[in-house]
Design a protein around this ligand. Structure first.
Ligand SMILES: Nc1ncnc2c1ncn2[C@@H]1O[C@H](COP(=O)(O)OP(=O)(O)OP(=O)(O)O)[C@@H](O)[C@H]1O
Ligand SMILES: [Mg+2]
Ligand SMILES: [Zn+2]
Length: 273
């Protein structure tokens, strides 16, 4: 019984401590985010539609132009940002005043991911949503990005708890929605629009990924699932920017070998944010 009382006492203490830490974390997060000029979150309805690739290409777009750019991997269950940038063996430097993200070789893009803190890339992440939200919050509160022009967030797929928490706490300037042609339906766009609206932000870009394949012999574009869907959705939902991203084996190869920075095509050339 005495033991029980002790535990109870301890838990009470911890509870207050946790609450205090939590509030401090929120403050710290807000302070750090203030030093970032533009924050863009990349979202998708489903996994495996090319969300991380698009987030990576967007970061490369800014990095290449000389902007101070960072990318935050918030997709704990499908973490792939360190891999496509070839930095999975680097480690962030942990200092008293914060964690220094790793930097990519070519354009010096700052990268942060839970992956860096796990013992091996294969570590199973059987964590539940609320815990993940807490870890992301903690990472965001502690990462010292410094002054950044652009910070890109690779969100987990869907419109559930974790994407919502990140969006709520980061308050991005805009959301970019990625979908494959099959996934690019009114339902998914509406769901994402609703989430963005709830957070007082907007969908500033719509990416139809794997939209077509360009024949390397004659340059003919084959739209395997029909043409014009991205344009149609963008106009229907008043999204300023849309993009049809082709299936490009060269892009797959570069991502697989950690060299996304060497991709010569900039699909975001006309994205003016
Ligand atoms: N336009 C494209 N052309 C060729 N390959 C692509 C293209 N987009 C994505 N891929 C490839 O498809 C695979 C899945 O892409 P990616 O990891 O970006 O998807 P994701 O939506 O982030 O998935 P997850 O939900 O697992 O995080 C990767 O191997 C990537 O290299
Ligand atoms: Mg991904
Ligand atoms: Zn051809």
């Amino acid at each position: 019984m005495q033991e029980y009382e002790e535990v109870k006492e301890k838990m009470k203490f911890n509870h207050e401590e946790v609450k205090k830490k939590f509030m401090e974390g929120i403050d710290q997060l807000a302070k750090r985010m203030k030093k970032v000029k533009t924050k863009l979150a990349v979202m998708s309805g489903k996994g495996g539609v090319g969300k991380s690739t698009v987030a990576g290409l967007l970061a490369v777009h800014y990095g290449k132009k000389g902007y101070k750019t960072g990318i935050m991997d918030c997709d704990f269950w499908g973490s792939s940002i360190p891999k496509i940038f070839g930095v999975e063996n680097k480690r962030p430097v942990v200092r008293e005043d914060g964690i220094e993200p790793v930097h990519t070789d070519k354009w010096g893009i700052a990268v942060m991911s839970i992956q860096f803190f796990l013992p091996s890339p294969e570590s199973p992440l059987a964590w539940r949503g609320p815990l993940v939200s807490g870890v992301i919050r903690d990472m965001l509160a502690k990462t010292e990005w410094g002054e950044l022009d652009y910070l890109i967030f690779d969100l987990p797929p869907g419109t559930g708890d974790v994407p919502l928490t990140v969006l709520q706490e980061v308050r991005p300037n805009g959301v970019i929605l990625v979908a494959t042609p099959q996934e690019l339906t009114a339902t998914i766009v509406e769901k994402s629009l609703k989430l963005a609206q709830e957070l007082n932000t907007a969908i500033v870009g719509l990416v139809e990924n794997m939209s077509y394949y360009e024949c390397p012999q004659c340059g003919h574009k084959e739209y395997l699932f029909g043409k014009g869907r991205a344009a149609e959705m963008a106009s229907k939902y008043r999204i300023d920017f849309f993009l049809e991203l082709p299936i490009d084996p060269a892009l797959t190869r570069l991502c697989d070998s950690g060299k996304i920075e060497l991709y010569e095509i900039d699909p975001f050339e006309f994205f003016l944010i």
